[in-house]
Ligand binder design. Structure first.
Ligand SMILES: [Zn+2]
Length: 265
């Protein structure tokens, strides 16, 4: 887009000398006619020379003014374009009808955590735990965002739920997150914070997770009994640890999502 703007300026610059030449040529003609005349009088010649000088000066000032105006006008256009682009970047679309409790804080596009690959279909939601006891949702979000600079690893998730139940969305649901291995291509991922080594979620985290899972099931018409997965169900990695070690509590969690879905219908 910038190239087009700059090309436009160049075109206008190329046009300038032609414009000035045309004006000079027009002004020169009466003089030539006068010179070809048999007995040109001094005062008309002086007058036409004066007129010519005046015309050239006027043309020069006019052209100068025109380009100064254009240049500043163009600068304004460029800076407003840039600010439009950056505000669009900040506000880019969450990709679904996000409920009010979801804070949309997109991370920057980069190959380590937000590759910008289109998520063609959603066939499930995968639940994870951050495996970093006591870390906050904001810290985990910033960690993923900073991978653009640190290049430490390839990782991210669509959502992070904090210990106090806060829900941050960091990647649009129309794009891949790097979270669930071979299921990155057709699932949405949720990372959950936890206070202890055992990975058990706080009640607030748990409640937000149930609410978010129910909303995603509704949005994508998913069956909570078969399309909500643990990372463990994809790769057998012990994640989310507590709900791998406590199978019964995972089943209870799925039942709670089904109940929340039914209650809202
Ligand atoms: Zn995981």
């Amino acid at each position: 887009m910038n190239n087009n703007v700059y090309n436009d300026i160049a075109e206008k610059k190329d046009a300038a000398p032609v414009d000035v030449k045309d004006r000079a040529a027009v002004s020169l003609e009466p003089k030539k006619d006068g010179a070809d005349g048999k007995k040109p009088k001094k005062s008309p010649l002086a007058l036409s020379l004066f007129a010519l000088t005046l015309a050239v000066i006027c043309a020069a000032f006019f052209t100068l003014g025109f380009f100064i105006g254009k240049k500043f006008g163009m600068k304004d256009a460029l800076s407003s374009l840039e600010s439009a682009e950056s505000s669009q970047e900040e506000k880019d679309d969450p990709g679904w009808n996000a409920p009010d409790y979801v804070e949309y804080q997109p991370i920057v596009k980069n190959e380590y955590s937000r590759p910008g690959i289109t998520l063609e279909e959603v066939n499930g939601v995968v639940v994870h735990y951050v495996a970093n006891p006591g870390s906050t949702a904001a810290q985990n979000r910033n960690y993923f965002n900073n991978l653009a600079v640190t290049h430490e690893t390839w990782a991210s998730s669509h959502f992070i739920i904090g210990i106090d139940g806060e829900v941050i969305q960091l990647i649009p649901l129309t794009e891949w997150a790097y979270c669930s291995n071979e299921r990155n291509k057709d699932t949405i991922s949720i990372e959950c914070c936890h206070p202890g080594e055992d990975g058990k979620f706080t009640d607030k985290t748990y409640d937000s997770l149930i609410k978010l899972l129910a909303d995603l099931c509704r949005e994508y018409d998913l069956d909570p009994r078969t399309q909500l997965l643990r990372h463990y169900d994809v790769t057998e990695k012990p994640c989310p640890l507590y709900y791998v070690e406590h199978e019964d509590e995972w089943r209870e969690l799925l039942a709670d999502v089904a109940a929340a879905l039914t209650a809202s219908e």
